[in-house]
Write a protein that binds this ligand. Sequence first.
Ligand SMILES: [Zn+2]
Length: 353
Amino acid sequence: MPVGTQATVKAVPHGTLESLGAQIILANTYHLYLRPGHDSIRRMGGLHKFMSWPRALLTDSGGFQVFSLTALRKVTDDGVRFRSHLDGSSHSFTPEHSIDVQIALGADIAMAFDECTEYPADRRRAEESFRLTLDWAHRSLAHFRAHRHEVVWHESGVPPQEDGVPPVPPVWGLGRDDRTQSLFAIVQGGMFRDLRRQCAERLVEMDFDGYAIGGLSVGEPRELTLEMISEVLPLLPRDKPRYVMGVGYPDEIEQYTRMGVDMMDCVLPTRAARHALLFTSVGRLNIKNKQYSEDQSPPDPACRCLVCCRYSRAYLRHLVQSAEPLAATLNTIHNLAYYLGIMRRVRQDLAQL
Ligand SMILES: [Zn+2]
């Protein structure tokens, strides 16, 4: 899933995302709650309509941003009080409020409100976060079940679909007749295998529509990320989407997919692109480097994306050097093409097994 924090995948128009084959994008609840506001988006027909994105959308719970962006936050059993990173105003998120905001936004997939454990965290801290995450998952689910039919597109059955585009398999109405949003739970537990295992088992008993593994890619060594995924993945139902949040490098997403992970999101391809870093079949290219100043070859000789078919490394370098906005656009389009290409190739391999 390309990340569209502010209801936009930075620098890339939606038609281009569609032509790249992006089936679903992630938008951030915290950011959209603060600006333009979830009630405003609901009044305008929900996020799909507001941003003119007819394919699938997922909103995160807001928990991760509250923990990573805000100052003066105070966590209680009830929820989190925090100050906005925009203007310092005071707000609070509880599991119920996060679900209300996500229902107002109306993405296909909403996430249970969790408490993301930082790294490193000691056993006591991880246990506390584990306890809160389970309690908040329970409250998120109860509130979601009571209010899921309030989503703005519930009357029409499914979110607006583009003609000729088949529905994306993992999303709405999993095994249900009344088609509405889906709610996924998030497994926490720090880097403690037994806590991760217990958290997964308890969440599976609650019967969510899908399951995510959160609290990874927070600064831990990669072997530990892999160890936690290996521990948790077999405990999550195979017939429901299994999502690892916030990963990763191109080789990581391929590795995790082959292990059975269905969904991932990461800012890496888009953020790196805006810093002139290209992921290619011949390794990472820092397109700012002087060595590319007269390099007429395509950014990635093996890529057939609209950037690699048309522009040279020298031209991309020139755009970056001149701080032209087109640099961010072209670099991002290539990186997304590269990431989505990996997923397409792995899907084909798996289909042949
Ligand atoms: Zn390309």
